[in-house]
Design a protein. Structure first.
Lengths: 316, 452
């Protein structure tokens, strides 16, 4: 039983018994919850961690956003294994800059919409699409096309740009002892990281683990101390149940803000292991994964596997 | 004529005007859309808008027919714009109504004060015109669309709209003194209204009851002169209250007597002749004051202006401080300057990049009604220049892998040298302040934008 499942079970247990605030017999209440009508929800976390094979990477190829997402989940074993009826889903794309979809510096809004649709079809109670953009929320949400696309299919898209969206968490790293981390992610049943594959001026590439920085209030701290170690420790703190990399197209220079030269790969990468996903994406980009310092650092912290030979890569 | 119907129609128009103005202004947001267009056209009814365009842009705008329409209507019927359409006028009319109901005892004093101060408006107008010609837009700042708009924006920003409170209090005590004496649009239209073709005149038997004098909100009742004076808002209150039904809305009588249009205010005309000497003295004083004022205020420290802003001092001169740019700015980067930064800068928009960066969305250009923030494309924007303070920079001084300024620069004006140290490309930097805003150094940033 992992921490998230424990908290979720505890929450439902307390709720169902009407004993909010009572701290006694936690494990029993968690157990009780398994037997009530919320059983399905409590199994979400367990299945999220185990339903998809950690050692597997799914590469969906093509250009149609809906079919890319559908193919990917089908190959993973179906979205139903991850998103159960009534669960709340948080998706973290990259809309950190005020660029238009065609400028290829933000996650493709059509892919996001396809994902939101799938989650809702699988019975998700709500799908929140969040990021902490560099620029003002209105400009980033509008220009990236993400607000319109996500809201059109019934999701919510917003920027977590005030401190009230964050809560203090213990990270217990060398650099990050603690941090203000996104409440939305902490409270979610399912957390999907959905970065875009693009150039980054200082870390060479921005990928799944780098994308997680958008869930922390004080990013300046990373830059002030040790950016690479900070990213790795953050990756170790909270792993998404699934990372999907939008590698349909991205800028290959002038990142992360752009505008830059756009390259098309027409791929979407799905995987549970954040290190493995980033390793594959870096290779696709044409960079040796060892050159991306945060991938190496995260692998050293035991976040995931860097050796692609130990993974099953399935192309669909 | 059916008084009730006319009065009802006037109140309805005023209500719609007030409500729609407030709603339009509040709904301005990124990206600006139809609400902005409607508001632009609405505020172009003000003839000062045209004068300002002619003064600073030396071109006849395509929408010139709107202010000309207002002027034409004024030549026909007097200040119907002020009395029937002006949203701020509507608010003040409402306030005045409350003042008259609540503070009944003040009524005689109020009437005396309005009549006593009314002649002042000509001198005031002269001051405004002199300053306007010399190159400041204080006139414009006081026009209803600008003033009301920036006070609403102040409320929305959570600041105290002290000018609005002041004017409202003044209106409670002294009726529509603002509309008749202070408002530049009101005074300009008063002057135009001297030529008007239709007006209220006493045609029947006046019993000198002075009821019309007391009910007139702008001190223009026809009792002493036989005709409603040029400040008349054509509201019809005097006609309605007259016990002998002596007041009629009709073709101005001077048109019958004499084909040459002469001033309606014969009394005022003689007065003016007498005071010609005084007039010139005032003009001289105002000119001197204007010149001196010009010297002092533009010595103020430079600030970062919105993208596309005209170079100083034209910017402060053309800007009417309506606050729409402050309202639309999605990153809340544009803030009005406080009065402590000098009269010329007061309420003009500026950016403090350490607090909020400009996202270069250029919405402020779209909402600016005056052209003070010109429609300059992104490639040609020159707000300022970023300069790195190397001894304080984490990358230059501590060898940290920082480069957050370069990461966030939206125009690729910062490049990294071999050791990830940021270098500013002066020809590419537009001065948006993204770098200064993002710099993780405590206190003052290690990269700062200096206004151009």
């Amino acid at each position: 039983m992992d921490r998230r499942q424990f908290i979720s079970g505890l929450g439902y247990g307390l709720l169902s018994l009407g004993l909010a605030g009572c701290g006694l017999n936690l494990s029993e209440k968690s157990g009780t919850a398994q037997n009530n009508k919320n059983t399905a929800n409590n199994q979400v976390a367990a299945s999220a961690a185990s339903s998809y094979d950690r050692g597997k990477l799914i590469i969906a190829e093509g250009t149609d956003p809906n079919s890319l997402i559908e193919k990917g989940f089908a190959a993973l074993g179906g979205i139903g294994a991850l998103v159960r009826s009534g669960s709340s889903v948080v998706v973290k794309p990259n809309f950190s800059v005020a660029r238009k979809p065609e400028e290829a510096a933000t996650t493709n809004p059509q892919l996001l919409a396809a994902l939101v649709k799938q989650c809702l079809a699988a019975g998700a109670k709500e799908v929140k699409v969040i990021d902490y953009p560099f620029q003002s929320p209105a400009v980033c949400l509008t220009n990236s096309g993400i607000k319109d696309a996500v809201e059109a299919v019934g999701g919510k898209a917003y920027a977590i740009n005030t401190q009230s969206f964050y809560t203090q968490v213990d990270i217990n790293g060398k650099i990050l002892k603690n941090a203000l981390f996104s409440k939305d992610v902490l409270n979610a049943d399912v957390f999907i990281n959905f970065p875009i594959l693009k150039h980054h001026s200082i870390t060479k590439l921005t990928l799944g683990m780098k994308n997680m920085m958008g869930l922390v209030w004080d990013r300046g701290y990373f830059h002030k101390t040790d950016l690479i170690q900070g990213i790795a420790e953050l990756a170790a703190f909270r792993k998404p149940q699934l990372t999907i990399v939008d590698a349909t197209r991205g800028i290959i220079d002038n990142g992360p803000t752009g505008p830059g030269t756009i390259r098309e790969w027409n791929q979407v990468i799905f995987g549970v292991d954040p290190v493995a996903v980033d390793t594959y994406a870096a290779t696709l980009f044409g960079v040796k994964p060892e050159e991306i310092a945060y991938i190496t650092a995260a692998a050293q912290l035991g976040v995931g596997e860097m050796d692609l030979r130990k993974l099953t890569v399935v192309k669909v | 004529m059916n008084f009730k119907k006319v009065s009802w129609l006037r109140h309805l128009l005023q209500f719609i005007s007030l409500l729609s103005f407030v709603i339009l202004l509040v709904s301005i947001s990124y990206p600006p859309g139809a609400e902005n267009q409607v508001l632009q056209w609405f505020s172009r009814l003000d003839p000062w808008m045209l004068l300002s365009q002619l003064r600073w842009h030396q071109e006849f705008p395509s929408w010139a027919w709107l202010p000309l329409l207002t002027l034409a209507a004024t030549v026909m019927w007097g200040r119907i714009f002020c009395g029937w359409l002006c949203p701020f006028g509507a608010l003040l009319a409402l306030t005045d109504k409350i003042g008259r109901t609540v503070l009944k005892k003040l009524l005689p004093t109020k009437t005396k004060i309005v009549y006593a101060l009314k002649p002042m408006r000509n001198y005031w107008f002269l001051i405004l015109v002199v300053i306007f010609i010399l190159g400041s837009n204080w006139v414009f700042f006081l026009t209803p669309f600008a003033l009301f708009s920036h006070e609403i924006v102040k409320i929305l920003q959570g600041d105290i709209p002290w000018m609005l409170w002041g004017i409202l209090t003044g209106t409670l005590l002294f009726s529509r003194l603002w509309c008749s004496v202070v408002c530049p649009t009101g005074v300009l239209l008063s002057l135009t209204a001297r030529l008007r073709l239709f007006r209220y005149e006493i045609t029947g038997k006046c019993v000198q009851c002075k009821k019309c004098t007391r009910i007139c909100t702008v001190g223009s009742a026809p009792v002493n002169t036989g005709v409603a004076q040029d400040g008349c808002l054509a509201c019809g209150d005097c006609q309605r209250i007259c016990p002998t039904k002596a007041i009629k809305w009709q073709r101005s009588s001077y048109l019958d007597k004499n084909s040459q249009p002469v001033s309606a205010d014969d009394v005022a005309t003689t007065k003016r002749r007498e005071s010609r000497r005084r007039f010139f003295k005032v003009a001289f004083a105002v000119t001197m004051a204007g010149i001196l004022w010009k010297k002092t205020v533009w010595a103020a420290e430079k600030v970062l202006r919105p993208p596309g802003a005209l170079p100083e001092p034209d910017f402060t001169a053309v800007c009417n401080r309506c606050g729409r740019c402050v309202q639309v700015c999605p990153g809340k980067a544009l803030r009005p300057m406080p009065i402590t930064d000098g009269l010329a800068n007061f309420e003009t928009p500026h950016i403090i990049p350490r607090q909020n960066r400009c996202d270069l969305c250029l919405s402020c250009q779209k909402v600016c009604p005056t052209g003070a923030i010109a429609e300059v494309p992104l490639e040609k924007i020159q707000m300022g220049q970023a300069v790195i303070d190397r001894p304080r920079c984490l990358a230059w001084n501590d060898g940290k892998m920082c480069y957050i300024c370069g990461e966030q620069c939206p125009v690729l004006a910062i490049v990294a040298d071999g050791q990830h140290r940021p270098v500013v490309l002066a020809d590419k930097c537009v001065g948006c302040g993204s770098c200064e805003n993002a710099c993780p150094v405590d206190g003052e940033a290690a990269i700062r934008v200096f206004p151009n």
